[in-house]
Design a protein around this ligand. Structure first.
Ligand SMILES: NC(=O)c1ccc[n+]([C@@H]2O[C@H](COP(=O)([O-])OP(=O)(O)OC[C@H]3O[C@@H](n4cnc5c(N)ncnc54)[C@H](OP(=O)(O)O)[C@@H]3O)[C@@H](O)[C@H]2O)c1
Length: 333
């Protein structure tokens, strides 16, 4: 990436990581970009940290181009924690200086930047117990787990759930939220992540490199499929009648579901400030905590994408945009 000190952001500009075309990590450009202005109902946030999710590299590679009307140059990254800097007309629930976190609309410019404009409805005050780096790890993956279990599958206390990739970004929130609700949790990960599954209080950790999960997890009410392919195919057999297969990655076959008497859904996570406010309360009560695989600086976005794309990080990768003392990471070196 270009030297981050080669140009200076002004009141009209900012530093951002953008793409000008689809491609590999090399298309990520750390560069000057126009600073956005909030319109009615929107809020300008000074980004302190941006979470990294697989959707970021999927957008970068063009996998979403038939679904989302992105325009180039595009700022990537749809997970953030930061401070309210400016209010658009009609915004009433937030004030300048509020510390907030958000999953912003992924069809618009993202959070790999000094500033982002977010709709008021997509924002919540960040958990008080977390600094910005850890708060930025929460929104997208936390809301995905929340919407999968509570909006889609209506998880009840005592139900048995199987979470594929319990050590991943979504999975580690899913495990904790399922336990919070009183579920009995099976979760898969490879050998190196078995300790993590135990720390998360998974009732039956499964090492998918050593065991077939269907030999351990049976009579399951809800399967959370974060993997697809063969993993989804083998998941049908563990479901009890009336159970739910919720996939994040691949639509499960409706005919197969009918045949087995189970329900299926393909979830697309939606921004939701009200749900994020609820999640912040659970975090502040000590019942939910984000796990960070690694913190990188904004100018290291390429490295972050390579790691995310490996499919074997644990918890979350977060990009630091601004340091706690208010200086940006590039100036603090
Ligand atoms: N539809 C939506 O709205 C939505 C929302 C969020 C995410 N997603 C998608 O859901 C998927 C998961 O997202 P994420 O953020 O959780 O990804 P992630 O953090 O990159 O997941 C990494 C984890 O997956 C585990 N893993 C890899 N292969 C596995 C396998 N065969 N069985 C069990 N675990 C395995 C790895 O554990 P080991 O290293 O131990 O193997 C690692 O901890 C991505 O494809 C993402 O795009 C969709």
């Amino acid at each position: 990436m270009p030297d981050e000190n080669s140009t200076t952001a002004t009141a009209q500009t900012m530093k951002a990581v953008r793409i000008h075309n689809y491609g590999g990590p090399e298309v990520l450009q750390y560069e000057d970009a126009p600073r956005p202005k909030p319109q009615a109902g929107e809020v300008l946030i000074g980004v302190h940290a941006a979470g990294v999710n697989p959707i970021d590299w999927k957008v970068r590679e063009g996998h979403m181009k038939d679904f989302w009307p992105h325009k180039f140059p595009l700022v990537l990254g749809w997970d953030l924690s930061g401070v309210v800097e400016e209010l658009g007309e009609g915004v009433s629930r937030f004030r300048i200086g509020d510390e907030v976190y958000s999953l912003p609309d992924p069809t618009r410019d993202g959070a790999y930047a000094d500033y982002i404009v977010v709709r008021e409805s997509e924002l919540a005050l960040k958990p008080k117990s977390l600094h910005h780096i850890r708060a930025a790890a929460v929104p997208l993956a936390g809301l995905t787990a929340w919407q999968a279990f509570f909006d889609t599958a209506h998880l009840q206390p005592g139900q048995r759930v199987l979470i594929h990739a319990g050590s991943g970004g979504v999975g580690h929130f899913a495990v904790q939220l399922a336990k919070w609700k009183g579920a009995y949790v099976f979760a898969t990960a490879s050998t190196k992540n078995q300790d993590l599954l135990r720390e998360l209080c998974v009732d039956e950790p499964i090492d998918y490199t050593q065991q077939r999960f269907e030999n351990v997890a049976r009579n399951i009410d809800i399967v959370l499929d974060t993997i697809g392919g063969e993993t989804q195919e083998r998941s049908w057999s563990v479901l009890k009648k009336g159970g739910n297969l919720v996939s994040l990655v691949q639509p499960p076959l409706e005919e197969k579901a009918k045949e087995l008497g189970v329900r299926v859904a393909l979830l697309g996570v939606q921004p939701n400030g009200a749900q994020l406010a609820g999640i912040a309360k659970i975090i502040d009560s000590g019942k939910l905590t984000p796990i960070i695989d690694r913190i990188l600086s904004l100018s290291e976005a390429r490295r972050a994408h390579e790691l995310s794309q490996s499919g074997h990080t644990h918890g979350k990768i977060v990009l630091r945009v601004k340091n706690g003392n208010g200086t940006t990471e590039r100036n603090a070196r």
